[in-house]
Ligand binder design. Sequence first.
Ligand code: F6R
Length: 249
Amino acid sequence: MNITITKNYSELSVKAAELFYKKIKAKPSIHLGLATGKTPLGMYEILRKKMKTDGLPTDKLKVFNLDEYVGLSKNSSKSFYTYMKKQLYEPLGLKERQYYIPNGEAKDLEKECLRYEQMIDQFGIDLQLLGVGRNGHIGFNEPGTPFDSLTHVVKLKESTRKVNASFFGDESLVPTRAITMGIQSILKAKEIVVIASGEEKARALYEFVHGKMTEEWPITALKNHSNVTVICDQKSARFLKRKEGVSHD
Ligand code: F6R
């Protein structure tokens, strides 16, 4: 595991954007796995600007998303589809055949989960971006999710709905279910980058780096993966012990 600790959120965003930019430049047909939430907003802004300024080709790129709310219209301003459309799909000029996100409006949700998992298997994800929840969730895989889980429907924890209420204005408006790539689906990616910012993520990062593998902290499943990079700011890294392989920028 490679850990880079940055001074603050802005530097974290620059570092993460640089990493993704380099990978896209080196392989324009790269398959990216992407996350939503607050943490990637800074890196997405830098990435889309730099790709545009430098004229990086995007016609061979494919992007896959971790999750989507169930029961929310795709075109709702709160859907992850709309988030991605605003952050990357439209600014990068991606065509519909280039982006993939679970369909939370599907009539048969089980069938949709199967379809999404098969697609991940068919295309394969080269580089997966992950944020982490305060409770250690990755995607919407909440504590207790089996490590061998594939794409599935999940009932969101009250704590997660509370945190995500900031996007909805009120907790009661946050959907109660989502479709998420499972932990096993995430582990299929060739390379994984975790980004974390702020004190509220410090415990989850501590469990990931220094704790034991346990389904109570879903992020600890990544200990099993051979190519994981963590980019985190000082606040979220406050419980991490200094050791080799940890670079402080
Ligand atoms: C988002 C996702 C979630 C978030 C996590 C952190 O697609 O799957 O796991 O990455 O909840 O969210 P933020 O970045 O808002 O703290």
